[in-house]
Design a binder for this molecule. Structure first.
Ligand SMILES: Nc1ncnc2c1ncn2[C@@H]1O[C@H](COP(=O)(O)OP(=O)(O)OP(=O)(O)O)[C@@H](O)[C@H]1O
Ligand SMILES: [Mg+2]
Length: 236
């Protein structure tokens, strides 16, 4: 295990077997991500970005190689222990939001707390606080269908943050948004990061990639560059 790393990947290979065919999604990827980092993962479509995020997020297991999350070797953990580690440590944000349409936005954000056995009143309070931080206090009783794309993504971010994870994984979180709304969502990720949460963001957008203090580029399942930008990203 490596001190101070929220994520370490050591020669991670992921091969999908599709009948006769093998798809080499990751061909031996290694990197260490210190606690509190901000990292963008970039690369063309099909280069392995989502697969890499799924590995980091323990949503799937590698074909070979080792993945450490907050110092724990995930290979040695049962599926249950892995789910527990994931719920405790990681918040997810996706391009398509994945909000539950029948619940209000307050209820959507309360949901992850239910699995932590937090009483309803406390869940409500924590969810409302998180929605206030993303500027949606005036929408608590709305359903997702009544919100704009940017607002929906803010709800998804509040939902990811409400459990106070050490790491946020965001796969193309601005992909469905216009550039201005996308920038405001991105600013939110920088705010979150300034408060100490590590953020790993997958993006096609070279501007976003360039604002991140560190960028990892994937191509055909390999890392082709891992660059630390000299000055930290300016806020907003
Ligand atoms: N469940 C799966 N079964 C089979 N092949 C898969 C599976 N998931 C991904 N792949 C393949 O693995 C490769 C990497 O896919 P991945 O989704 O990681 O790419 P990506 O970089 O996220 O692309 P995009 O930018 O289009 O989202 C692709 O060739 C893809 O077809
Ligand atoms: Mg993808």
């Amino acid at each position: 295990m490596k001190e101070g790393m929220i994520v370490s990947l050591d020669t991670v290979v992921k091969t999908f077997f599709m009948g006769e065919n093998e798809v080499h999604a990751l061909r031996g990827v290694s990197f260490d991500i210190p606690e509190g980092s901000f990292v963008s993962i970039m690369g063309p479509s099909g280069s392995g970005k989502t697969t890499c995020m799924n590995m980091i997020g323990c949503l799937d297991r590698p074909t070979s190689g080792a993945i450490y999350i907050a110092g724990e070797n995930t290979a040695e953990m049962s599926d249950n222990d892995l789910a527990f580690l994931r719920n405790r440590t990681i918040g997810f944000v996706f391009q398509q939001y994945f909000l539950l349409p029948t619940l209000t936005i307050l209820e959507n954000v309360m949901l992850p707390l239910r699995y932590q056995g937090i009483p309803a009143l406390e869940r409500k309070k924590l969810a409302a606080e998180e929605l206030e931080k993303v500027g949606l206090s005036n929408r608590l009783k709305h359903r997702p269908s009544e919100l704009s794309g940017g607002q929906k993504q803010r709800v998804a971010i509040a939902r990811a943050l409400v459990t106070r994870p050490q790491l946020i994984l965001a796969d193309e979180p601005t992909g469905a948004l216009d550039s201005e709304t996308g920038q405001s969502v991105l600013d939110l990720f920088f705010d979150i990061n300034r408060q100490g949460t590590a953020v790993i963001i997958v993006t096609h957008d070279p501007d976003i990639g360039a604002t991140a203090p560190r960028s990892i580029h994937l191509k055909d399942g390999n890392i082709i560059s891992d660059t630390i930008h000299p000055s930290p990203a300016p806020p907003g």
